[in-house]
Design a protein around this ligand. Sequence first.
Ligand code: HEC
Ligand code: HEC
Ligand code: HEC
Ligand code: HEC
Length: 482
Amino acid sequence: MDTKRPLLQRNPWLRWVLFLATMLVVFLVGLFGASVMERRSESYQLLQPVKAIAEWEPRNEVWGENYPREFETYRATIDTTFASLHGGSATIDMLERYPNLVILWAGYAFSRDYLQSRGHYHAVQDIRKTLRTAVPQPATCWTCKSTDVPRLMNQMGVENFYKAKWQDIGHEIQNNIGCQDCHDPQTMNLRITRPALVEAYQRRGIEIQKATHQEMRSQVCAQCHVEYYFKGKTENYLTFPWDKGVTVEEIEKYYDAIEHVDWRHALSQAPMLKAQHPDWELFQAGIHYQRGLSCADCHMPYRAQGGVKFTHHHIASPLSNISGSCQVCHRESEQELTQNVYDRQEKVRQLAGMAEELLARAHIEAKLAIEKGAPPQDLGEAQKMIREAQWRWDFVAASHGGSFHAPLECARILGNAIKKASAARIELAVLLGKLGVPQPIAMPDISTKEKAQAYIGLDMQKNRAEKKSFLQNIMPRWLSKK
Ligand code: HEC
Ligand code: HEC
Ligand code: HEC
Ligand code: HEC
C-alpha cells in the first residue's frame, strides 16, 4: 500500500462518512434550535388562553385550565403549615399572645377575636367565621375577600354594593381572592379591579392607568393591603384616606379634618381610630421600595419549570421561599437572611410592647378618672393623646409585614406612640391627683385574653353562642344559593 498518499485519497468512502457526520451535526443543532424556539413559543402561548375566559369570571379553576402553573402555585395559599417567628400562614390567636390588645380595643369588635392572617384561599371562610362579623356589618367588608366582588359591583353598581348589608349578599360571595382580582382575562395583563384605589389616586391627580409594569406589580396588592375607612353612615363607601399623603401623620390629618371616629373607647371614652393594614403605605418608607422593588419581587418571585419561566403564585411569607425570593439579590445564607428579618421584627416588637403596656394603663386610668367624677373637659387632652398614640401603635401593629418592610419608620412611629401615651398618663396622673385618688393605682389582672375580656365586660360565651346560631341560620341559605 502507498502509505504516502493522504488518508482521504486512500479511503474515498471516508469522505462520505465525514459528509454524513457533518449532516448529522447540522441536523442535531437544527433540532436543538427548533426546540428552543418551541419552548419560547410555548411560554408565549401561555398567555394565549386555550379556552376563552369570560369577563368577571370569578372561578380560579376556570382560569386554571389555561394557566395550570399559576393556578397550582396560587392554590398553595391554602396551606397553613408554615410558621415563622411573627408571620406565616398558621393560625395565631393575637389576643392570646398579647392580652393588652383586648384592653386597647375595648368597645370594638377586635377585642372579641383577632387571628393572624392566613393565605388568600381562606379569605371568605375566615371572614364568615370571625366573631367580629356577629355584629351587623356593611357589604363593604366583603370588598377585599373575593373575586365575586368585581362581578357584583359590575352588576349592582359600586355604590349599591357598598350600601348593601353584609348578610344580604353573603350568598353571592363564594370564591376566594383570585385571578380575576389582578388580571384582565383577555390579555392577562395586570389590572386594577377595586375602584377605591383608582379613586384615591384620582383625587391626588395620579392616573393609575399610567403605572409602569413594575409599579403594577405592587398596585395589584395595594387594592387591599392598605389603610381604609367607610365614608358615610349609610353609604359605607370604601375610601382610602390618602388625600394629604400616605404617612401616619398625613393620614391622621385627613381623619382629624373630617372628625372621623371609628369608635368611642369603652374604658377611656377616647374618640378612637382603628388602623387597618397599611402594608403598601409603610412599604413605601422602606429601602426595598426606594431601590425599586415591588411586592411581587419577594412574595411572587419567578420560577423555572421545564424550561418555562413563570411567576410563583404561592403568595405567602417569603421566609418559606428564601432561595426563590431574597437570594435572587442577596448572597447571604438562608439562616442569616432569616435572622436579619427576625432582628428587625424583634426590635420593632419590643417598642410595640412598650406602647401597648402604656396605652392599656392610660385607658384604665382614664376610666378611673371618669368614675371618680372628672369633668369631661378636663379629660379632653388625655383622650386626644390616647387617640394619637394608639393610632400610631396600630398603624405599625396592623401592617403585618411593616416591621421588615420599613423597620426604621416603624420604630420612629412607635417612639412617637410611646411619647404620646406617656403624655396622656402624665395628664391623667395630675387629674387623678386633683380628684384625691392615691397613686400609683393598682392594675387589674389582665394577664390572659380571658381575664382581659372579662375585665372589659365581654360575655364571650354569649358572643360565641350568638355567632353559632347566626351561622346555623345563614350558612345553609348561603351555600344552597351557590
Ligand atoms: C382582593 C384583595 C387582596 C389582594 C388583591 C391581595 N391580597 Fe393579600 N390578603 C388579602 C386578605 C383578605 C388576606 C387575609 C386572608 C385570611 O386571613 O383569611 C391576605 C393575606 C395575605 C398574606 C398573608 C398570607 C399568609 O400565608 O400569611 C400575604 C403575604 C399577602 N396577602 C400578600 C399579598 C400580595 C403580595 C399581594 C399582591 C401581589 C396581595 N396580597 C394581594 C387580600 C388581598
Ligand atoms: C394578587 C394578584 C394576583 C393574583 C390573585 C393572581 N395573579 Fe397572576 N400574576 C400576578 C403578578 C404580579 C404577575 C407578574 C406579572 C408580571 O410581572 O408581568 C402575574 C403573572 C401571571 C401570568 C403571566 C405569566 C407568569 O407566570 O408570569 C399568568 C398567566 C397568571 N399570572 C395567571 C394567573 C392565574 C391563572 C391566577 C389565578 C389562579 C392568577 N394569575 C392570580 C398577580 C396575580
Ligand atoms: C424585600 C422583600 C419584600 C418585599 C418587596 C415585600 N415584602 Fe412583604 N414581607 C417580606 C418579609 C420578609 C415578611 C415577613 C415574613 C414573616 O415574618 O414570616 C413580609 C411580610 C408581609 C406580610 C405579612 C405576612 C405574614 O406571613 O404574616 C404581608 C401581608 C406582606 N408582607 C405584604 C407585602 C406587600 C403588600 C408588599 C408590597 C407593598 C410587600 N409585602 C413587599 C418581604 C417583602
Ligand atoms: C430584587 C432584589 C432584592 C430582593 C429580591 C431582596 N432584596 Fe434585600 N435589598 C436589596 C437592595 C437593593 C437593598 C438596599 C441595599 C443596597 O442598596 O445595597 C436591600 C437591603 C436589604 C437589607 C438591609 C435593609 C436595612 O434594614 O438596612 C436586608 C436586611 C435585606 N435586604 C433583606 C432581604 C430579605 C430577607 C429578602 C427576601 C425576603 C430580600 N432582602 C429580598 C435588594 C433585594
